[in-house]
Write a protein that binds this ligand. Structure first.
Ligand SMILES: Nc1ncnc2c1ncn2[C@@H]1O[C@H](COP(=O)(O)OP(=O)(O)OP(=O)(O)O)[C@@H](O)[C@H]1O
Length: 255
């Protein structure tokens, strides 16, 4: 599928999302350009995870128009959506790894969208692409764990495995849904440093939901404030003021 490097990575025009007949996201209008690092902030239930699921194609807009790499998501055939989705890699707070498998298999899961079924099955018995898996584990700092049982790794190490899987997929867009919420402050710094390095060195785009405003200020250059399913503000990180933050997190009682 041709990609136009001059077009925005995402363009949302009046996008709404309904789930089970409930409005979850409403009237979203924004663009994201290649190479931006966008933090999504907002109170619990504001719709941050739903927005990321919309952006990775797991959910479709109920109304409005969303383009991904210049392609209109709503009107694409399922096969073309799957091709486009390969450009989007997502990591999660809970890592989404198969803990019963060894690290190599979780890393190789990054190949699944491209490998034929026979190769995926064969790899469970005789792991394929060992050198590539070893190389990405070196990049994320845990080369010694290629054959470790995933369940025996710490939370920080499991998030590194999830990032290694992402590197195998080699997406141009990285979405991260509260990727450090279950990690201690030092590990959070390490993981976000790794993620932003991988974003910057390969001109990838990063969109990351966070609860920690200081981390957003340290690692991102733009911030979307989401409140009750709507964009409350959209600004450069340097323009994020205490007043904007207080209003974003104000409870109904405060307003
Ligand atoms: N499948 C669903 N059906 C109906 N409502 C849903 C569904 N999934 C999420 N919601 C609702 O959508 C709203 C937004 O949820 P979402 O998880 O996107 O918020 P969030 O900002 O990521 O919250 P948190 O910070 O607590 O993770 C919530 O009110 C939630 O209950």
């Amino acid at each position: 599928m041709p990609e136009d490097s001059s077009c925005p990575v995402y363009q949302l025009l009046d996008v709404c999302l309904h789930l089970n007949n409930r409005p979850i996201l409403q009237g979203l209008n924004f663009q994201v350009q290649q190479g931006e690092r966008v933090a999504v902030l907002g109170p619990s239930g504001a719709g941050k995870s739903s927005l990321l699921r919309l952006l990775n194609g797991s959910l479709k807009p109920s109304a409005g128009e969303m383009t991904l790499l210049g392609q209109p998501v709503s009107s694409l055939a399922p096969r073309n959506i799957r091709l486009l989705q390969r450009q989007v890699g997502t990591i999660y707070q809970q890592f989404h790894l198969v803990s019963a498998l060894k690290v190599i298999h979780n890393v190789n899961a990054g190949h699944l969208a491209r490998w034929p079924l026979w190769k995926s099955l064969l790899s469970l018995l005789w792991p394929q692409s060992l050198a590539q898996a070893q190389s990405v584990l070196e990049t994320v700092g845990i080369p010694e764990h290629l054959f470790s049982p995933t369940a025996q790794l710490s939370g920080g190490q499991q998030q590194r495995v999830a990032i290694a899987r992402l590197l195998i997929q080699n997406p141009s867009i990285i979405l991260a849904d509260e990727p450090v919420s279950s990690l201690d402050p030092r590990l959070s710094q390490d993981i976000l440093t790794l993620l932003t390095d991988l974003t910057v060195t390969h001109s990838r785009t990063l969109i990351i939901s966070l609860h920690d405003v200081a981390l957003a200020q340290q690692f991102c250059n733009r911030v979307l404030g989401l409140r009750q399913g709507q964009i409350f503000f959209d600004c450069a990180i340097a323009q994020l003021t205490p007043e904007k933050l207080s209003a974003l997190y104000a409870t109904a009682r405060d307003t």
